[in-house]
Design a protein around this ligand. Structure first.
Ligand code: PEP
Length: 256
């Protein structure tokens, strides 16, 4: 079984001091563990990325991801943060296509495709999020929706580029609601995404692609979700803000 990935998405939470305390608490807890076979990625807000990359360098226990990047290369785009800027400060991953960005910032397939390209051109690994809304699942359109998101956001890439991508399946109805997908629902969609990749890039690439599940994961439900074949770890929102919860998720991921 390959090493699972657990990525924490802090979203727009925590003051500077709270972020510092959380990182300190996480490091204390992680240092106590003898062996941990989980790849950990922490995705704080932009303002705390430097704090996180410093901590990453000092402890070597996790990698750092951003939650967003600009679809543009550089220049007169006030307020934007480019992929090159992130790369230059030691950030190695970036969440792209999170449902909150699709919803509140109207990021569509075209913008997300450009963001994926910016990330890859600058050595940043995209954690590309896909997932259906509740009415889409209820009307059994979930496979169709996810197929469109995967194809439009990623299938323009060549095999070498695609091989760098991490996908996160995050049913929108499960994000921040406490209503996680069942392990079977997660497993079924992960298998479907892998089938799409197989058809486009072949079975070797499909088998090697890391597909995470996200949506109300916590220390109580991850064991069953992560144990599903084809679930390679998780993208964790709310539970990543509590050191004990997040570390418990990382330990459980390591033991599967
Ligand atoms: C997320 O924001 O990516 C997420 C999965 O959130 P939560 O774990 O809080 O549902």
């Amino acid at each position: 079984m390959r090493k699972k990935i657990v990525a924490g998405n802090w979203k727009m939470n925590l003051t500077f001091q709270e972020a510092d305390d959380l990182l300190g608490d996480l490091m204390d807890r992680l240092e106590e563990i003898d062996e941990l076979d989980t790849e950990i990625i922490i995705c704080p807000p932009f303002t705390y990325l430097e704090m996180a990359t410093d901590c990453c360098e000092e402890y070597q226990m996790f990698e750092v991801g951003a939650q967003n990047l600009s679809a543009f290369d550089q220049g007169a785009y006030t307020g934007e943060i480019s992929a090159a800027m992130l790369e230059s400060m030691g950030v190695t991953y970036c969440i792209i296509g999170h449902s909150e960005r699709r919803k509140y910032f109207e990021e569509d397939d075209k913008i997300l495709k450009a963001k994926v390209d910016q990330a890859l051109e600058n050595g940043i690994i995209p954690i590309f999020c896909v997932g259906e809304l509740l009415p889409e699942r209820e009307s059994e359109k979930h496979f169709e929706v996810v197929r469109r998101q995967v194809r439009h956001g990623l299938f323009h890439l060549d095999t070498n580029e695609f091989s760098k991508i991490i996908i996160a399946y995050e049913p929108v109805w499960a994000i921040g609601t406490g209503m996680n997908a069942t392990p079977e629902q997660a497993g079924e969609m992960h298998a479907y995404i892998r089938k799409l990749i197989d058809e486009r890039y072949g079975s070797e690439v499909a088998q090697a692609t890391m597909i995470l599940y996200g949506g109300s994961c916590n220390s109580k439900n991850v064991k069953d979700i992560f144990a599903q074949p084809g679930v390679d770890g998780g993208l964790i929102g709310g539970a990543s803000l509590k050191a004990d919860e997040f570390v418990s998720i990382c330990i459980q991921a390591s033991n599967i």
